[in-house]
Ligand binder design. Sequence first.
Ligand SMILES: *Cc1c(COP(=O)(O)O)cnc(C)c1O
Length: 428
Amino acid sequence: MNYYSLHHKSPKTTFKHAVVNGIAPDRGLYFPENITPLSKEFIDNIADYSNHEIAFEAIKQFVGNEIPEDKLKEIIAETISFDFPVVPVDKNIGTLELFHGPTMAFKDVGAKFMAKCLEYFNQGNDDEVTVLVATSGDTGGAVANGFLGAKGVNVVILYPSGKVSDIQEKQLTTLGQNITALEVDGVFDDCQDMVKTAFLDDEISRTLTSANSINIARWLPQMFYFFYAYKQLHQKHKDIVFSVPSGNFGNICAGIVAQKLGLPIKHFVAATNVNDTVPNYMKEGIYTPKPSKATISNAMDVGNPSNFIRIQQLFDNNFEALKNKFSSYSFTDDETRVKMKQIYDSANYVADPHGAVGYLGLQKYGLQENEYGVFLETAHPVKFLDVVEDVIPVKVGIPEQIKKVIDKEKVAIKASSYEDLKAFLIKE
Ligand SMILES: *Cc1c(COP(=O)(O)O)cnc(C)c1O
């Protein structure tokens, strides 16, 4: 499969190069040259296939012959090692729980798949690659875990000192091996700026790559979730509407790829917090990025969502066609808290703030009698313990995955400027 840059000023490239380089030389995002629908027979009989088989069918055209089939199946088996249940919370509403992976955030799937692809492509190469990521919390843990032990790949994670939760910090700083955490004296934007500067620094950029959702190997596997939900729901014979709590819009964009592959999905709702660049665009047709605002659903605090351009491309940049299948609504922290409490009172279900924003999206959309709504639960409530226990009268039990890291000792290197980061990368 070939990929082209959405800035249209770089040559087409292979899956391998798109994964290894992350972004095109013209700074555009890579996009697959064609998307061929899967057979109707496969979709109609989806319940006969295992989750591994479904993932393989969905992703194989995007990889092409660049990874042998057996190897790709092995990568999928390592990536999809936990369940994705749809849990009913109301008469015609269920939540697709994406948090049963090793770090309890949905990013586990994309991070592991990308790590395994990169490891495969870098074997036999003497140069080690360094994956550099800035995190405001959730991404770092998933990337650290996904890349742990990957041969020929070092991972350097920058996080803002004192600005991530204790659990998130432990997930980043206790793994060792090929994972190094840099504790930055500053806020998330400072971490992000340091990473950006490194990518533009000719002295070190050659061996660096990024692991955020612009990378096709992190973005595309997220489409599996939508197949897994459909597999569990198709017997209801209802039209399915997905509401996806969105920040960089990678997850929902992967859902739209699943729809292009022939998965029967009636409508997508992109639910956001007050970072409402896309909801405003859907109202006015004008895209105005803004600085991000801090909220209780902080994994979605994004003012200029990087994957929205891919969504526009999936609808051939036709605003009317987009509006037909896609809506976007924004919600405040107060609305989110009220919804968390309501879901708990009515269904005895503990939703994290991101999931609650997803639920609000379905409500605003207004489901019809023949529709079934699914909101994605993108993180386990334990990841947002302070907010959850403040709003809902429960003690959230600590799951095994979290217990494993909570008593380990934090190891992090302090950094306060770009020079510190550069010195560290050169020394490596
Ligand atoms: C990253 C993240 C999101 C946003 O996903 P995008 O693909 O960036 O839209 C939502 N919820 C949680 C918990 C996340 O970690």
